[in-house]
Write a new protein. Structure first.
Length: 368
C-alpha cells in the first residue's frame, strides 16, 4: 500500500486535532471532577509512597490501604461532625431569633434624627422573613436543590472511582502513555515526568509548611489576646487556610463566634468588642499571609519568584475560583519546565544533562 503523502498527512492531523478539540469541548463539564480526582490522588500519594518505601508494601496494597482509610475517615467525619454542625446551626438560629426579639424591643419606639422620626422596628419583620426564606426554601428552590444534589452525587461517584484507579494503576498508566512515544524519546519523557513530579511534590511540601506556620501564628496571636480555645482554633485556622476562599471564611467565622460567646480570658472589654478584635487580628494576619507569607513559601517550594506567585494566585481567584487557586502555582511551574524542554528541543540542545539530543548523537557518530 502506498504511503500517505505529506499534504494528506497534514490534512489528517488537522482533522484529528479538530475532532479531539470538539470532543474535549463537549466533555468540558467533566474536567472539574476529573481534576478533583487527580488532586485527591496527588494529595494522598505521599502516604502511599511512605508505605512503599519505608514499610516495603506493594504499591497496589499501599494505595488501597491509604485510599480506603481516607474514605473511612471522611465518612466518619461526615457522620460525626455533620450532626454536630446541624445542632450548632440550630442553636445559632435560636440565638439569632432571640437577638432579633431583643433588638425589636429596643427599637419599638421611633427615633428622632434632625427633626425626622425614623421607625426602625419596621425593618425587623422583613429581616426575619428574609432570613427564614434562606433557611427554608420554597418548593421550587427545594426541587432545584434536589436536582443539584443528585447531579453532585453522581459526580462524587466519578471522583471516587477515578481517584481510586489513579492511585492504584498510575504506574501502569504512566508507562502506557510513555510507551506510546517513539523509543528514542522515552528516556527524555521519563526525565521530564520526574521533573514535573518534583514540582508537584515540592508544592505539596510547601503547602504543609505554610499550614504549620499558620497554625503557630494564629495560635500565638489569639493566645496573646486571651481567646479561649486558641490552642484548638489556631491549628484549625491553619488547616482551613489550605482551602482557598471557603477555608479563611470558616476560620474567621468560628473564631469570631467563639470570641463573642466566651469573651476574653483577661482583656476587660465586652464580648462584642472582643469578637471584633479577634476578627481584626485574623484579618491582619490573613492579609499578611496572602500578600507575603503564602507567595514566599510556595514560590520557594517550586522555584518561582514570590511576586509571580502572588499575581498568579490573585488572578486565579478572580478567574477560576477555589480549584484554580489550588493548582495555579504548580501548573505555572510545570509550564515553565515543559517550556524549557520544548525550547531545548527546538534549538537542538540536550534538554537534560544526562540525556543527549539526537543532534548530539549524530555529531558524535560523525566524529567517530
Amino acid at each position: 500500500m502506498k504511503d500517505w503523502d505529506i499534504p494528506f498527512r497534514y490534512l489528517v492531523t488537522v482533522v484529528l486535532m479538530a475532532l479531539l478539540a470538539a470532543f474535549f469541548w463537549s466533555m468540558r463539564d467533566a474536567f472539574t471532577p476529573l481534576l478533583v480526582s487527580a488532586l485527591t490522588a496527588y494529595m494522598l500519594s505521599p502516604l502511599t509512597n511512605f508505605l512503599v518505601t519505608r514499610v516495603r508494601l506493594k504499591r497496589k496494597l499501599a494505595a488501597n490501604l491509604v485510599y480506603f482509610s481516607a474514605l473511612a475517615f471522611f465518612v466518619v467525619m461526615l457522620v460525626v461532625v455533620a450532626p454536630a454542625i446541624f445542632r450548632e446551626a440550630q442553636n445559632l438560629l435560636g440565638d439569632l431569633n432571640q437577638a432579633l426579639d431583643d433588638l425589636q424591643a429596643l427599637v419599638r419606639e421611633p427615633y428622632t434624627f434632625g427633626g425626622t422620626k425614623i421607625y426602625l422596628g419596621a425593618l425587623l419583620p422583613g429581616l426575619r422573613e428574609s432570613f427564614g426564606s434562606v433557611i427554608v426554601p420554597d418548593p421550587e428552590e427545594a426541587l432545584q436543590w434536589l436536582q443539584t444534589g443528585s447531579r453532585g452525587f453522581l459526580w462524587l461517584l466519578v471522583i471516587l472511582v477515578t481517584s481510586y484507579h489513579l492511585m492504584t494503576d498510575w504506574e501502569s498508566l504512566r508507562e502506557w502513555l510513555i510507551g506510546g512515544w517513539p523509543e528514542s524519546g522515552q528516556d527524555e519523557l521519563r526525565k521530564l515526568y520526574a521533573e514535573l513530579r518534583a514540582v508537584w511534590m515540592g508544592y505539596l511540601g510547601g503547602q504543609l509548611r505554610l499550614m504549620v506556620t499558620l497554625m503557630l501564628i494564629y495560635t500565638t496571636a489569639w493566645s496573646a489576646i486571651g481567646l479561649p480555645g486558641a490552642l484548638v482554633l489556631g491549628p484549625l485556622a491553619g488547616m482551613l487556610n489550605l482551602l482557598p476562599e471557603v477555608g479563611p471564611f470558616l476560620a474567621a467565622l468560628f473564631a469570631t463566634v467563639f470570641a463573642f460567646i466566651e469573651g476574653s480570658n483577661f482583656l476587660p472589654i465586652s464580648n462584642l468588642a472582643f469578637a471584633l478584635l479577634t476578627l481584626g487580628v485574623y484579618f491582619v494576619l490573613n492579609n499578611i499571609k496572602t500578600i507575603w507569607l503564602q507567595p514566599r513559601i510556595l514560590g520557594q517550594s517550586v522555584l518561582l519568584h514570590e511576586a509571580l506567585v502572588f499575581v498568579a494566585i490573585i488572578t486565579s481567584v478572580m478567574l477560576w475560583g477555589m480549584l484554580g487557586v489550588l493548582i495555579v502555582v504548580p501548573a505555572l511551574a510545570s509550564a515553565m519546565v515543559i517550556g524549557r524542554y520544548i525550547r531545548a528541543k527546538l534549538l537542538g540542545l540536550p534538554p537534560f544533562p544526562d540525556v543527549k539530543s539526537d543532534t548530539t548523537l549524530k555529531n558524535e557518530k560523525v566524529h567517530q
